[in-house]
Design a protein around this ligand. Structure first.
Ligand code: KG4
Ligand code: ZN
Length: 334
């Protein structure tokens, strides 16, 4: 039996999970509402909230899994990439817990964990597969050869897809994080009402900063003519923005599938919760005869279940690290 405690604290979610023999028995997530009014995560406030949340979150994950803390065989934690102050809380807790219980410590790359969330439940992808990982800080197309053998095929040159959602939501006066709100308003809007440009970026890379600027100018121009332009057209604006972000992502994913000949296609990360992205990927999968893999909602945004499952696979390989480890704010996938 292998019982793994997973800890996630890279950004603004404090999360703890128990994985027993590859099955998730608990996944507790403490969200931080303190950032809403600032239009983005405030790093100092995030690390303070992690400090308050970490012990109750871990406690609750142990209670929910109906185990005792002495049953834990190893501690896996997100070592990065992320915010330094946030990472320090999870890393320090994981190190202290492993030291106190004299059990192994396992480092996890948060971006790999998003991808390995696909191994929590069936159907699981077979190797190799392509994964479009879209979060608040990253936008990547990854060729996944094995659990921990991943190759970056393309990435954003500026903003991440999640940032594109959050920054345009801010332009519309919506609170942080704006991605889920744009998704909600888009449901009743017309995606063809307004047209935003698709950037021409070489290879499998992305760019979202031009789109953000064109949306800003579009809103400013229309507000001059009608101060109620946003209120009057919110659903159509959100649907049109979402549809462009989704087409930018999926056009590159289709190109990657074409270039590599791989037809096992997955999405992961917070933006993979987006309903427009999920339904468009389903249609594209049917068109191209792909096997597609879309995570359950609870495993899209930051969570520790993906860290504990990744920890389980490293535990099987006895891939442990020593106590002198420190967090990595940047950490390449390959
Ligand atoms: O993976 P994640 O929870 O954290 C990071 O590792 O960054 O991703 C958070 C991002 C935010 O930008 C948030 O707005 C976006 O995911 N997001 C969404 C949706 N749910 C979360 N974006 C669009 N539609 C959604 N439904
Ligand atoms: Zn994430």
């Amino acid at each position: 039996m292998a019982t793994i405690l997973g800890i996630e604290s890279t950004c603004d979610e404090t999360s703890a999970s128990i994985c027993i023999d590859g099955i998730i028995h608990s996944n507790v997530i403490a969200n931080q509402t303190v950032h809403e009014k600032y239009g983005g995560v405030v790093p100092e406030l995030a690390s303070r909230a992690h400090q308050q949340n970490i012990i109750p979150t871990v406690d609750q994950s142990i209670i929910n899994a109906k185990i005792h803390k002495n049953d834990i065989d190893a501690v896996a934690f997100s070592r990065g990439p992320g915010l330094l102050g946030s990472l320090l809380v999870g890393t320090s807790f994981a190190k202290a817990f492993a030291l106190a219980k004299n059990i192994p410590l396992i480092e996890i790359n948060h971006m790999q964990a998003h991808i390995l969330a696909h191994f929590i439940e069936d159907p699981k992808p077979t190797f190799p597969f392509l994964c479009l990982t879209v979060s608040g800080g990253h936008t990547q197309i990854v060729k996944v050869n094995d659990y921990f053998s991943m190759q970056l095929l393309g990435q954003t040159l500026d903003d991440a897809a999640g940032e594109a959602f959050d920054k345009t939501a801010k332009i519309l006066g919506l609170p942080y994080p704006g991605g889920p709100l744009i998704d909600r308003y888009a449901k009743t809007g017309d995606p063809n009402k307004y047209s935003f440009p698709e950037p021409k970026i070489p290879d499998l890379n992305f760019s979202f900063s031009g789109l953000k600027t064109s949306i800003l100018y579009f809103i400013q121009k229309n507000l001059k003519e009608n101060p109620l332009f946003i209120q009057d057209n919110l659903a159509d604006i959100c649907a049109s923005i979402q549809s462009r972000i989704v087409s930018i992502l999926l056009n590159k994913l289709e190109e990657a599938a074409h270039n590599t000949g791989i037809n096992n296609i997955a999405i992961a990360g917070g933006v993979s919760a987006n309903s427009g992205l999920r339904t468009s990927l389903e249609s594209l999968g049917i068109k191209n005869s792909w096997n597609i893999f879309i995570p359950k909602f609870e495993y899209c945004t930051d969570n520790a279940a993906m860290v504990s499952i990744a920890g389980y696979y490293k535990y099987l390989e006895k891939d442990f690290i020593t106590q002198d480890i420190t967090p990595l704010t940047r950490w390449a996938l390959d």
